[in-house]
Design a protein around this ligand. Structure first.
Ligand SMILES: Nc1nc2c(ncn2[C@@H]2O[C@H](COP(=O)(O)OP(=O)(O)OP(=O)(O)O)[C@@H](O)[C@H]2O)c(=O)[nH]1
Ligand SMILES: [Mg+2]
Length: 310
């Protein structure tokens, strides 16, 4: 019972519980992938943390990157507690999945993180701000099944933050938009409201917008942060791997590296697609509650996926 309570703190719920049913009588234990480094994983189980490798059969049967564990996944591990080592034997079905196309020419999917409830799309209110890019981030989140929330950071540098917020609200119907300053610690309460116990949120956005700074404030952590370039406000790609942190209030955060290039996975790219998607979400959101809107988004993602496969 106590172990189950711990699992809930890491995001475990009835969805994963029912998918773990088949393994319950085996010697396998559920664990969550909290960090990945080149084929090795850090996983968190109720009993503690392990360094984990992947079982040979996962590698042999994998048709692509999506068949490998990603940060946020729930997995079934075979633990060797005395060495703090484990082997990942199975990946449990993903409730939500945030993906993009791998940068460059290769046509393959890169999973940014899985099993997210909320994705914070972070932008700074300076020369980095770009509405078209924001549109692409939002489309990516809509397709993931998670709920997007826009964070406009560096309010301390901006004379007219409300004007930035209005521009975003215009392209993102029914999407919450919050203004804050990670540096001056203002506006963070609004972010905290999304971080109830056991919920998982990822931060995405260009390099230098302040993702790690905000997470440091919320989690009282010491993630690496570096100044942006003066000439164009761009960051230096400081964060280099995805990493999960657990907050004292029970919320779960994932920091991600700023993306150099955001190509959407799962769908036709481009403004036309984003516009038609937005229109339908608007039609749907005029008359529905949040759950119906979310299912609207998911239907979209599903239809688009089929369209691509044809
Ligand atoms: N003025 C101001 N600067 C900020 C604010 N938030 C972050 N910064 C600064 O912006 C720079 C980049 O912040 P990071 O937190 O490293 O940005 P990031 O989004 O994590 O960047 P990557 O890890 O490269 O993706 C640092 O110098 C921060 O101190 C803010 O609210 N106001
Ligand atoms: Mg960072």
């Amino acid at each position: 019972m106590e172990l189950e309570l711990h699992l809930k703190d890491f995001g475990w719920n009835s969805f994963f519980e029912s998918n773990f049913e088949d393994f319950k009588r085996s010697e396998l234990t559920p664990a969550r992938v909290v960090e990945e480094f080149k084929g090795l994983y850090r996983v968190q189980a109720a009993q503690g943390e392990y360094r984990a490798e992947i079982a040979g059969k996962i590698q042999h049967q994998a048709a692509g990157r999506q068949d490998f564990p990603a940060v946020g996944d729930w997995v079934a591990i075979l633990a060797r507690s005395e060495e703090a080592r484990a082997r990942i034997e199975h990946i449990l079905p993903r409730r939500t999945k945030l993906s993009r196309k791998v940068a460059g020419r290769e046509l393959s999917e890169q999973i940014i993180a899985t099993n997210l409830d909320t994705v914070f799309v972070v932008s700074s209110m300076n020369r980095e701000f770009n509405l078209r890019r924001m549109e692409r981030y939002l489309t990516m989140v809509w397709d993931s099944g998670a709920r997007p929330v826009v964070l406009l950071n560096k309010a301390d540098l901006c004379a007219d933050a409300a004007a930035y917020a209005a521009e975003v609200e215009n392209i993102a119907p029914r999407t919450p938009v919050h203004m804050l300053s990670g540096l001056q610690k203002t506006g963070l309460e609004a972010v905290q409201d999304y971080l109830a116990r056991g919920t998982t949120a990822a931060f995405v956005g260009s390099s230098g917008v302040g993702k790690s700074t905000i997470i440091n404030r919320l989690a009282n952590a010491a993630l690496r942060v570096q100044p942006v370039r003066e000439q164009d406000d761009r960051g230096q790609h400081t964060t280099t791997s995805r990493q999960m942190l657990f907050l004292p209030c029970g919320g779960i955060l994932i920091d991600t590296p700023g993306m150099r290039e955001l190509q959407l996975w799962n769908q036709e790219e481009g403004a036309e697609h984003a516009r038609s998607q937005r229109q339908s979400i608007m039609d749907c959101s005029n008359r529905s509650d949040w759950r119906t809107i979310a299912s609207c988004w998911r239907n979209f993602a599903f239809r688009n996926a089929r369209w691509i496969l044809r």
